[in-house]
Design a protein around this ligand. Structure first.
Ligand code: UT7
Length: 331
């Protein structure tokens, strides 16, 4: 029997309707469209509006669309891995909430927290269940309602983030397509530079933590930028080297969308031309766990069976990594 690879067999995405432009940002904080565009590449981002709506509500749209595309029923899903930094609740897991909302009554699931690297950590862990033969259909969801943890008075963070959600279905493939390799890394000393200080067991919510805005993203931008540029580029180059891939062999780079300058640096380190790089940061900003599946969704029609794809991410805490996969279908 041939080796079983975990292949992505369908992708989908969802972004909320409300568009927050850089012009609107100018009304909230001391910034300018020119500054945001030139420093980050972001022109607008989506915001999930509506009382009582959370990350799972975006996922419902994305996943129902995926199931329809693939022509399968939610009851066929074995496992849901929900990669998110903004779960609906501390508990129960958003994977559980989603399973209930979409009627995936045969699935078990869990949330995976690795900040902006979550989706690649999720793909990689989901792949283990496919490769081992344990499961046939693993749904990996990546999404965040970042607007729920942003301080819209902090111009250094609020301009970057947006809301959105994407998903991918993993299924067994015996023809050699699917995930070939992954390199996943983390360094907890990075927690000082990008994270959320309160709301966990160390500093539960109090009036004081709320008054001090400790339930919002804290980021020391320039430090994170330096780590992100180096680590994301290095890990993408490393996975190419160890799989004997040259820039010509790579059909697409799918980078986490945190800052256009970080994306450009990664592509340049890999020697990959800009027309092979998926970039939608100008429209969605940084949707954290959503960036990579949203790119796959938007570029789905352009990817061809057998394309070599490199995915790379860097995130808070710190986490980073890269995946090399062979695209498994023509859409
Ligand atoms: O997705 C997870 C990983 N996250 C990342 O990868 C993000 C990495 N970091 C970044 O993308 C960038 O550091 C930022 C976009 C957050 C900031 O860009 P920067 O080029 O590093 O700017 P900076 O923080 O060094 O600030 C430069 C100047 C400062 O003014 P002075 O001190 O030079 O007078 C800031 O106060 O720009 C000022 N500034 C702003 N000005 C207008 C900072 N934010 C803004 C703003 N509008 N929104």
């Amino acid at each position: 029997m041939n080796k079983i690879h975990a292949a992505i067999t369908a992708v989908n995405g969802y972004v909320p309707d409300y568009i927050m432009t850089n012009k609107e940002m100018e009304t909230l904080v001391d910034t300018s469209d020119e500054w945001i565009t030139s420093r980050t590449g972001i022109r607008e981002r989506r915001i999930l509006k509506g009382e009582g709506l959370g990350t799972s509500d975006m996922a419902v749209h994305a996943v129902n669309g995926l199931l329809k595309k693939r022509g399968i029923d939610a009851m066929e899903i074995d496992l849901i891995i929900f990669c998110t930094t903004t779960p609906d609740f501390t508990f129960p897991a958003t994977a559980n909430v989603l399973a209930d909302k979409i009627g995936a009554r045969n699935a078990w699931g869990y949330d995976l927290q690795a900040a902006c690297s979550g989706f690649i950590f999720g793909l990689s862990t989901g792949a283990q269940f496919i490769e081992s033969g344990k499961h046939k259909k693993v749904l990996v969801v990546g999404g965040d309602k970042m607007s729920s943890i942003i301080n819209y008075k902090d111009r250094t963070t609020c301009i970057i983030f947006g809301d959105g959600c994407g998903c991918a279905l993993l299924e067994p493939n015996e023809e050699g397509f699917g995930i070939q390799d992954s390199i996943l890394r983390s360094d907890g000393s990075g927690k000082e530079f990008l994270g959320m200080k309160a709301g966990g067991s160390v500093l539960p919510a109090t009036h004081e933590t709320i008054d001090a805005n400790l339930h919002a993203v804290h980021q020391e931008g320039p430090t994170v930028f330096k780590f992100a540029v180096t680590n994301m580029a290095d890990v993408a180059a490393e996975i190419m080297e160890r799989n004997n891939l040259t820039a010509n062999d790579v059909a697409w780079l799918v980078p986490h969308q945190a800052n256009k300058r970080i994306i450009d640096a990664t592509a340049s380190r890999m020697g990959v031309d800009s027309d092979k790089v998926m970039i939608n940061i100008e429209r969605y900003g940084n949707t954290t766990n959503g960036t990579i599946p949203l790119c796959l969704w938007e570029w789905e029609s352009k990817m061809k069976k057998g394309d070599n794809i490199i995915i790379a991410a860097f995130g808070g805490g710190f986490t980073w990594g890269s995946i090399y996969l062979k695209w498994a279908y023509n859409s």
